[in-house]
Structures are given as structure tokens and as C-alpha cells.
Design a protein around this ligand. Structure first.
Ligand code: GLA
Length: 382
């Protein structure tokens, strides 16, 4: 069982008694602005309804005891953090390390989640932010969402060893219900962008999981850095569409195409946020379609399954736009669909994709959820 109730039940079964706090950390879907965050650029993600839940009780010592649903249990001591032996618990340990373990108190916690793993919906960042909230709550610290997102990103970069940008952790920590969020990944400035009620966000899980994503991701990052260096700027964020012709003379063909994606994607993302502001969902959808083509052809992070899903989506009535979402190489696409067509869209795309592919799709409408939070026991507001 997942959700708040599932985490509480698991807590009582494993540790006895009741938790003193319940934490919710949502997954996220990125609407536009892909592979731009580590280029100091712009992203427009939102939190989704699927979430990781953590029921916890603080301890008087420095032991952390974790119980999970279906992924085993792990204990560790804050006095002896050892890297790399505990699978999923490394995300929590990494957060303890990045926060400064000396300042922290132990806790015991039960974790459940309905965010699919490896689908591009940020299950690991949700676990990191849940862990950050747990240490904050058990140690009597103040919750600072942006600082905690940076801590979680450092855990992922330096403890887990994945060189991700800031988007996932930051949106999970700061999201607002019914809004996407325009994030400036250089200043970490946050601008909520209300989603109009006449459109629905549909997650289109291709049933494939990303493969080789870490090495391909690192490869894309270094091509972007190469292009920025050739142009003499600290990040591709500093270039505009007009600079692309000049860049062609300064760098290799691969780096040029990677840079062309990032530079055009930054422009599309800002344009998309403005389109939302004036309720121009048609234009927003077109920008999503352009984003997919750029990720497919210039950045080369799509996959056959993602392309198939996006092609089918674009053909269906009521669909304003669709694109792959997240790092790529498998996982999910996202579509913007007229609310009154959404139910039929979900039914049709499931049917058509299943017929055209050997993979099992999962299409569902999601709402923009609030960011991560902790509630003390007895507080029933979540
Ligand atoms: C992953 C990373 C993010 C971001 C996206 C691509 O989700 O964790 O930081 O780079 O890929 O946009």
C-alpha cells in the first residue's frame, strides 16, 4: 500500500507505535526546458500527484533505521557513513553527508512510493528531498526549500555520483499546486506559472526504462561544456540564437548540435512561460512539439518508444503538444490535452501504442501538486 496510510501502517508494523511526522515528497514532470538546467538555463517543471511518503519518529541516538516497501530495510549510523553499499538508501545517506552529519539526530522511518523508478519522474530526487525533510524535522532545524534542494543535488552529484542539474530537487522542494514553475537555474529564481483549467497534463509512460542514461548524460554535459568554452562563455545560457552561426566556426559538429538544442530550448522555455501567462495553450503545445524534435534530432536523447508515443499523441484529437520528458532514453513523454478530450485521449493512446509496440504503456492525467512537506502527527491537513 502506498500513500500516507501505507507509510504509517508500514511504520507501525516495523517499528511499533506511531510516527511523529509524515513527509510527502512528490515526483515531477518537466513540461519544457530539457537538458538546460546544467547549462544555467531555464526549465518549466511541475510536481505531480505521485509521491514518496516517509513516516518517521526521531531517536535519541545517531542511528537511522529505514524500512521500505519491497526494497529491503537498511540501518546506518551517522557516526560512520560508508558510501555505496546500501542501494536506494544511499540517497538518504548522501543527504546526511551533504547536510553535515555531525549536526543531525537519528530517526526511524518507513518509506513507500508510487513514483515509478527509472521513468523520468524523479523518484530519486523525491527520496532525497524526503530524506532532507526527515533530518530537518528530527534534528529540529528550519526547512529552507532552496538550500535543501542544493544539499540534495550535492548528495546526488558527490555521494551517489550522478552529475544531475538542480531542476528535480528544486521543483520537488518548491512546487505550488495548480502551477508549473519557471526556474532560472542560474539565479535559482522561481516564477509560478498557473496552468489553465481547460488543459490537462497527461503522463505517457512508454513502459521502457532508461538504459545507459548516466554515461550518455555525462557525454551530453561535456559536449555542452565544450561548446560554451569554444564560445568563451561560462555556460550556454549566455548565448542566443544569433550566436549559433558563429559557434559553428568555433566548435565540432556534435557540440554545435547539442548547443543548438540548449540555446533554442532556453528560448522556447521562456516563450512557453509567457504563453501560459496569457493563456495561449495552442502556442505552448507547439513549443512542446518543437522541443521534442530538437531533443530527438540535435540532442539525441529520445528513443524509438518515446518517438512512437509522441507521434501517436500528436495525431490524436484534443492534443495540443507532446514531448519526451526528463533525461530521455526511455521512460515517459508528456502531453498537453484539452480537458474535455483527456479521457478519450488516454483511452485511444493506450490502445494505439499497445497495438504498435511490444511495450505496455501507462497513460494518466495528473494535476500540478504542491511541493514536499512534513506534517506532525495528528495534523490531518494532507
Ligand atoms: C535529469 C536530471 C535533471 C535534468 C534532466 C534533463 O532529470 O536529473 O537535472 O538535467 O535530466 O532535463
Amino acid at each position: 500500500m502506498t500513500g500516507r496510510g501505507g507509510a504509517i501502517d508500514l511504520f507501525t508494523a516495523r517499528f511499533g507505535g506511531e510516527p511523529d511526522a509524515i513527509i510527502r515528497a512528490p515526483g515531477r514532470v518537466n513540461l519544457i526546458g530539457e537538458h538546460t538546467d546544467y547549462n544555467d538555463g531555464f526549465v518549466l517543471p511541475m510536481a505531480i500527484e505521485q509521491a514518496t511518503w516517509l513516516a518517521l519518529r526521531s531517536r535519541d541516538d545517531r542511528i537511522v533505521r529505514l524500512a521500505s516497501e519491497g526494497h529491503g530495510d537498511v540501518d546506518f549510523s551517522l557516526d560512520n557513513l560508508v558510501r555505496g553499499i546500501d542501494g536506494w538508501a544511499e540517497y538518504i545517506k548522501g543527504v546526511a553527508w551533504a547536510k553535515g552529519a555531525a549536526q543531525l539526530r537519528g530517526w526511524e522511518g518507513a518509506i513507500t512510493s508510487d513514483i515509478p523508478i527509472g521513468a523520468g519522474l524523479s523518484s530519486s530526487a523525491a527520496l532525497e528531498i524526503a530524506g532532507a525533510l526527515a533530518f530537518t524535522s528530527a534534528s529540529g532545524q528550519e526547512w529552507d526549500p532552496t538550500a535543501s534542494a542544493l544539499v540534495a543535488q550535492r548528495a546526488e552529484n558527490e555521494w551517489v555520483g550522478v552529475s544531475c542539474g538542480i531542476m528535480d530537487q528544486l521543483i520537488i522542494a518548491t512546487a505550488e499546486a495548480e502551477n508549473a514553475m519557471l526556474i532560472d537555474c542560474r539565479s535559482l529564481g522561481l516564477t509560478p506559472a498557473p496552468l489553465p483549467g481547460d488543459v490537462a497534463i497527461v503522463i505517457l509512460d512508454t513502459g521502457t526504462r532508461r538504459e545507459l542514461a548516466d554515461s550518455e548524460y555525462a557525454d551530453r554535459r561535456s559536449a555542452c561544456e565544450r561548446a560554451a568554452e569554444a564560445a568563451g562563455v561560462s555556460a550556454l545560457r549566455d548565448l542566443s540564437i544569433d550566436d549559433i552561426a558563429g559557434l559553428a566556426l568555433a566548435t565540432d559538429e556534435t557540440a554545435l548540435r547539442r548547443a543548438r538544442h540548449v540555446i533554442s530550448e532556453n528560448a522556447r522555455t521562456i516563450d512557453a512561460a509567457s504563453a501560459l501567462e496569457v493563456g495561449d495553450v495552442g502556442h505552448f503545445g507547439e513549443l512542446m512539439n518543437d522541443s521534442h524534435r530538437s531533443l530527438r534530432d540535435d540532442f539525441e536523447v529520445s528513443s524509438d518508444a518515446l518517438d512512437l508515443m509522441v507521434d501517436i499523441a500528436s495525431d490524436l484529437g484534443g492534443c495540443l503538444g507532446a514531448r519526451m520528458t526528463g533525461a530521455g532514453f526511455g521512460g515517459c513523454a508528456v502531453a498537453l490535452v484539452r480537458t474535455n478530450s483527456a479521457a478519450q485521449f488516454v483511452e485511444e493512446i493506450t490502445h494505439r501504442y499497445s497495438t504498435a509496440s511490444s511495450n505496455e504503456p501507462h497513460a494518466y492525467v495528473t494535476r500540478a501538486a504542491a511541493g514536499a512537506n512534513a506534517r506532525q502527527r495528528g495534523d490531518r491537513t494532507t
